[in-house]
Design a binder for this molecule. Structure first.
Ligand code: ITT
Length: 210
């Protein structure tokens, strides 16, 4: 397998993800440049799975930039809601289709949806991240990470992004919104699994390419 060296595009337009992916890549000495810095267009997410959307975003960036590109497609899956919002996690937060996102409203909407079906705590949920590395020649490879936990209402903590304030990882007492990035994202030196879905996907990617 080709090892990754030199320039790499971080194929996301999400500031929270970009921050986390930069942090994860930082120790590896790559020249990471974001899709936004390169002025790359945001492709439409027409896939029906995390894998399909991660691949289309990575491929679009790799081909437009002529560089290897790493994309992430991720979301929050609530077991009591049949896995929703899942691949629609970002779209759930849109104030109008394609418009700005309001995650406080999206988290309230989740609470309402759970109340409407008569669900009672604990509300089981998991985060998924699929990271895809694409090369300009069209080769792609994907890596998946998940973290299981429960949802808490009202949201707790101002750290992180997106749905972090309602997600309580299994066995812990603080939500992702109450954790410093260094804790959510940490890559254990002994090779044991990281905490977050994105860090777990990254561990698999790093084992293959870094
Ligand atoms: P790109 O496609 O440009 O990467 P996006 O925000 O559109 O950005 P997704 O389609 O993958 O990305 O949407 C995933 C949504 O799931 C994202 O907007 C977050 O709200 C949420 N999400 C994913 N990972 C998360 C995390 O670690 N913490 C909180 N929310 C997360």
């Amino acid at each position: 397998m080709r090892k990754l060296e030199g320039r790499l595009v971080i194929a996301t337009h999400n500031a929270g993800k970009l921050w986390e992916m930069r942090d994860l890549l930082a120790p590896h000495g790559l020249d990471a440049v974001s899709a936004g810095d390169l002025g790359l267009a945001e492709p439409e997410e027409t896939g029906e799975t995390f894998h399909a959307n991660a691949e289309l975003k990575a491929l679009a960036a790799a081909q437009a930039a002529g560089l290897p590109a790493l994309a992430d497609d991720s979301g929050l899956c609530v077991e009591g809601l049949g896995g929703a919002p899942g691949i629609y996690s970002a779209r759930w937060a849109e104030v109008a289709p394609g418009g700005p996102r309001d995650f406080a409203a999206a988290m309230e909407k989740l609470e309402t949806a759970l109340t409407e079906i008569g669900a009672t705590p604990p509300f089981a949920a998991h985060f998924v991240s699929v990271m895809t590395l694409a090369w300009p020649d069209g080769t792609v490879e994907s890596f998946e990470g998940k973290v299981f936990g429960t949802l808490v209402f009202p949201p707790r903590g101002m750290l992180g992004f997106g749905y972090d304030p309602i997600f309580l990882p299994e066995g812990l007492t603080r939500t992702f919104g109450e954790m410093m990035a260094a804790e959510k994202q940490a890559i254990p030196a002994d090779g044991s699994p990281a905490l977050s879905h994105r860090a777990r996907a990254f561990q698999a990617f790093a084992r293959a390419y870094l």
